[in-house]
Design a protein around this ligand. Structure first.
Ligand code: EPU
Length: 438
């Protein structure tokens, strides 16, 4: 699909779209196949570029991947996991953050791992110190080389007692994917408990792992000698579902999101309702719509689960430009996820960002100079513009702004959006969007 979209906005989005497996589970489930000594089957896989990146890395390591005759279903045969050539792995440098999660599984299967420089959205520093610290605690030797990281575990990996300084999603997944096959017991305090993590735990349990999750962010793992395969339907993408919901609200539309689930979206639904958005929860999906009248402003803070997801923040901010009054949004997960507001200002939005922690408790970024709080006053009509996509969620937000703006906007760099939103033009068609791809 081409990377420039010309959108003639100003019309409500109306129609049905489907969300399939969550990007942030599917890529990790694919990594888990390396741990298996039997074939695995994953269902609900979306057509996004992150899946292609992880498939490429798995294939380089000898995992055989086949599609079945069912849409969105792949089988993985990891029986011949093997060392990949460094130059081949390096070709994937900078394309995703998921490769760092290959460390534990490759160390278990091969005794060594090489990880290229990481990519992912530029929404903050995004260091991997927690990942490397926990891997060292498991007994891995980590060597930093100019082209990436080289890890070895000459004596194998052993269970350990760990505590994360912040409930990082990736570092929790690193502990899970490493602890399941480490010798003995592992205890992780301060773990992230996002629904995608619980779904990864469900997959690992199907494979033979023993993992318990306490209510106080403590995860306990009893290492096992061998893991089998799995057959799993991925949890659906609540970030994509929330993104379409915000698009419906910002454009005064009505969108049924097939596949959206209530439980993992409860925090989002509360916020959506407080602003004045309407929704109807069914067994197969959720309908989101603008009920007419003026929407209300809100004070909101992003947080780790069960808080309001950082990944919903950018689409929501565009919807907030259409609410009456002053909203305050405090981003506490990433220090640099408000940069996208500049282009919205150029489109007529009244958004001011601040380095202070506004509207909530002081966060990790309190003493630093990161503009991580925003004050949005609305409603303001948005005007069409030429905009370049800065990152995945920021990109979708620009698209929402273009859809809300009356007239023709040009959105460039859309390939970043395709990292996390599948069958994009089909969905725009289904929602009656007037656009062209150039
Ligand atoms: N952090 C560190 N050191 C580390 C790891 C994280 O300081 O070693 C910090 C990060 O800089 C950040 C915070 O901890 O400030 C949280 O990062 P986390 O590790 O939780 O994020 P992640 O695992 O890198 C995943 C998703 C993100 C999502 C976050 C939070 C994937 C591939 N990515 O990232 O998704 O925002 O969790 O829920 O699962 C997206 O889909 O657009 C996206 C960015």
């Amino acid at each position: 699909m081409t990377s420039t979209l010309i959108v003639r906005g100003g019309k409500p989005l109306v129609g049905d779209v489907e969300v399939r497996g969550a990007k942030n589970l599917v890529s990790k489930a694919m990594v888990a196949t390396i741990l298996a000594e039997e074939p695995c089957r994953l269902r609900g896989i979306p057509e996004i570029s992150d899946v292609q990146v992880v498939s490429g890395l798995l294939e380089l390591h000898g995992v055989r991947i086949d599609s079945t005759d069912r849409d969105g279903e792949l089988t993985f045969d990891p029986t011949n996991v093997e060392q990949a050539h460094v130059a081949d792995i390096d070709a994937h440098a900078g394309s995703s953050r998921v490769p760092v999660l290959l460390c534990g599984p490759l160390l278990h299967r091969l005794g060594e791992a090489f990880i290229p420089d990481l990519g992912g959205c530029r929404i903050g520093e995004r260091p991997i110190n927690y990942h490397l610290d926990v891997l060292r605690e498991f007994g891995a030797h980590v060597e930093k080389r100019p082209e990436g990281l080289r890890l070895t575990a000459p004596e194998g990996l052993h269970g350990t007692k760990l505590a994360l300084p912040y409930p990082s999603v990736g570092a929790t997944e690193q502990v899970l994917l490493t602890g399941v096959r480490a010798r003995g017991r592992t205890q992780l305090s301060g773990a992230a408990i996002e629904p995608e993590i619980l779904d990864l735990i469900a997959i690992l349990q199907k494979m033979g792992a023993i993992i318990s999750v306490d209510t106080d962010r403590v995860i306990r793992i009893e290492g096992v000698d061998r893991l089998g395969g799995f057959d799993h339907l991925a949890i659906s993408d609540r970030i994509e579902a929330g993104s379409w919901a915000c698009a419906a609200l910002a454009t005064g539309g009505d969108v049924y999101v097939r596949g959206a689930r209530q439980a993992p979206m409860m925090t989002f639904l509360n916020v959506f309702r407080k602003i004045g958005g309407a929704f109807d929860i069914g067994d197969q999906g959720i309908r989101f719509w603008h009920p007419g009248g003026t929407l209300a402003s809100i004070v909101l803070e992003t947080d780790v689960h069960p808080g309001f997801m950082t990944d919903w923040q950018q689409p929501l901010v565009v919807a907030l430009t259409q609410t009456g009054g002053i909203s305050i949004v405090h981003e506490t997960v990433y220090e640099n996820r408000m940069g996208f507001t500049e282009a919205l200002r150029d489109m007529g939005a009244r958004i001011q960002t601040y380095p202070e922690c506004l509207g909530g408790l002081p966060c990790r970024f309190q003493q630093a100079n990161y503009h991580h709080s925003a004050v949005v006053s609305g409603p303001t009509p948005l005007t069409p513009a030429e905009i370049e996509v800065p990152d995945l969620r920021g990109g979708f937000s620009y698209l929402i702004a273009a859809l809300a703006a009356d007239g023709s906007s040009t959105v460039t760099g859309c390939e970043l959006i395709y990292r996390g939103y599948e069958r994009f033009s089909e969905k725009l068609d289904a929602l009656g969007v007037d656009y062209s791809l150039v």
